[in-house]
Write a protein that binds this ligand. Sequence first.
Ligand SMILES: [Zn+2]
Length: 308
Amino acid sequence: MKTIGIDIGGTKIAVGMVDQQGRIVSQSSFPTHPQRGFADALSRIMDAVEKLTTEHDQSHGPLCGIGIGCTGPIDPIRGTIHNPHILPTWNDCNLVAPLRERFGVPVRMENDADAAAYGEFRFGADAGAGSDPIVMLTFGTGIGFAAIVHGQVYRGLSGSHPEFGHIPTPIDESLQEACAAPCYCGIRSCFESLASGTAIDTAGQLGGFKDSRAVFKAACSGDATAKKIIDRALNATSSAIWTIAHSFVPQKIIFGGGVMEDHFDLFAFAARQSILNATMIPGKQVRIVKASFGANAGVVGAAALTIA
Ligand SMILES: [Zn+2]
């Protein structure tokens, strides 16, 4: 048996064939081009799935399903996308029904953060597999959050998804100037606006650095401005992890996303320190671990949604 995982982001769509053990057999990717409209993207997604299934028609058994992880908000129950920020022309577009009709297999869609967490839960050897509940934070353009509880993606009202990237985090008064503008969520100094890759990039550019990579490098060399930006991100992470650990008391908190590729140890240390001496939860037993699948988390996670 094999399955298809489709990972849809604001800039790139990846389509992969995945076996029953969560290993990618083959994959391709192409630009999202959201400005060209949903029909254009749907046609290219169909073609990519068709190509993969044709090429691997005789290997890994029959196709058992198609999973989609899409940048949210989405409605996982109706299978529709509602993302005015990143996919502005895709409002109320149904991706699930046309794929189901064309390929004749079950199709399931989740928010991309939920899909990545589910992939870690099913197949993440060092991360989520064998643990329940788990939560996952994806540090990238934003900060995605997902929780797997009793083996299921945790859902809120109408299938919505908790947004711990947008919880308020207390910050030092002396650091206020770099986060004067409110986040698109509606508040100032939420977790994402201080600790995402975009937040570090933006604060770095205001401080004269090219990008977040330059900020991390300068902070390591002792540059005061860079250090302030990174300290603020770490303080926000500590605060958020305190809240998340007390909300879910998870076995594992998984850190994924581009920022964690090079800086996991730094953020994990801050997170561990935050809950080490908690008295109301077993903070010492909550493990902070790095995601297993790196850049493939989206495709593996999406595919995992339909693997029995
Ligand atoms: Zn926010």
